[in-house]
Design a protein around this ligand. Sequence first.
Ligand SMILES: Cc1cc2nc3c(=O)[nH]c(=O)nc-3n(C[C@H](O)[C@H](O)[C@H](O)COP(=O)(O)O)c2cc1C
Length: 172
Amino acid sequence: MSRDEALDPRLQFLHDRRTVSRLESPGPDATELTALLAAADTAPDHGLLHPWRFLVLDEDDRARVSAAYADAQRTRDDDAGLVERAASKPLRGPCVVVALARTVDHPRIPHWEQLAAAAAAVQNLCLAATALGYASAWRTGWFVEHDMVRAALGATHDERIIGMIHLGTPRE
Ligand SMILES: Cc1cc2nc3c(=O)[nH]c(=O)nc-3n(C[C@H](O)[C@H](O)[C@H](O)COP(=O)(O)O)c2cc1C
């Protein structure tokens, strides 16, 4: 049985979530973003450690992060096309939410469970966006591990950037 044949209509919105690379306005407004982040926060969280944090980037943030992506690219290869492409990444689509995970030593709850909880929160965010009629793209790559990008996003030494979540309306 194919995935489509197995679809129960009550689960339609889960099947509707697909990565959409080309996004345009409108994205979620401030009220909708608050609702999306509240939905993300309902993720199963063993020990209630809340090992995630979300940052909604405003235009200034995105410009700063774009410059950091370009700088990070230059440390690897300063080809003008690659630098331009790197700089464009955080500017794609009308809205970017950054997901950060922070796991701690805990007597009962290993790091991997805390990371799994943070990933569940990200998936909640993406599914909630789908439910509100928006598309999403969960992006990572080596950029999010780079010190320049981490600094531009204000990641603390014990936080891992686990996603740049682009939200918006699918471009025709
Ligand atoms: C932790 C994580 C990191 C991801 N990073 C990227 C990424 O850097 N670039 C990308 O195009 N997709 C990324 N994705 C999305 C997957 O590529 C995507 O979900 C997969 O291709 C299946 O497509 P679908 O989401 O439409 O089902 C990531 C997904 C996860 C869970």
